[in-house]
Design a protein around this ligand. Structure first.
Ligand SMILES: [Cu+2]
Length: 179
């Protein structure tokens, strides 16, 4: 008899737990999908041309070239020898290169030297960090100035000592300046 109410309470808990797991799974899927999409950029090879011929990408981007031109082989070869060279890409073949350094990378097709392309790689991380640094230092100095007013509180305590009046007041003002 007492077990049946227990089962009814148990089911909502299970449903809530399932919903939480589902929500977490969605977050994970969206998070990874976003970062993957940002890292890969596609270039189509067709009509004896690279499309787009020029592109700007952040450091760490993987560029994937695909030869979609029927029965015509092409290559993806950096103008500066040794950076990247796909070799012959037959129709349907792909070549991928990850740009880990900022700079301008011009490339061409060895089979058709008129085919040219450029990948401009920007240092995205450095640009984001730079503006934050100059803003922080100006905020720091004000707290250092604040401690100075504290000695002024000591002044009222001093008058009882002096019967002379004027001289003692001048003396204390000098001390404040030194401190
Ligand atoms: Cu070509």
């Amino acid at each position: 008899m007492t077990r049946s109410p227990g089962r009814i309470v148990g089911r909502p808990r299970a449903i809530i737990a399932t919903l939480i797991v589902f929500a977490l799974a969605l977050l994970t899927i969206f998070g990874s999908a976003t970062s993957t999409a940002a890292a890969d950029v596609a270039v189509t090879i067709n009509g004896f041309a690279f499309m787009p011929a020029t592109m700007t990408v952040p450091v760490g981007t993987r560029v994937v070239w695909t030869n979609q031109q029927a029965q015509v082989p092409h290559t993806v070869t950096s103008d500066t020898a040794g950076i990247f060279d796909s070799g012959i890409l037959q129709t349907g073949m792909t070549f991928a290169f990850t740009f880990n350094q900022a700079g301008t990378f011009a490339y061409h097709c060895n089979v058709h030297p008129n085919m040219r392309g450029t990948v401009v790689v920007t240092a995205a991380a450095a640009t984001a960090t730079a503006p934050a640094a100059p803003t922080a230092p100006p905020v720091a100095p004000p707290p250092t100035v604040a401690p100075a007013p504290v000695p002024t509180v000591t002044l009222p305590v001093a008058p009882p000592r002096t019967g002379g009046g004027g001289e003692a007041g001048t003396f204390f003002i000098h001390r404040l300046g030194d401190g």
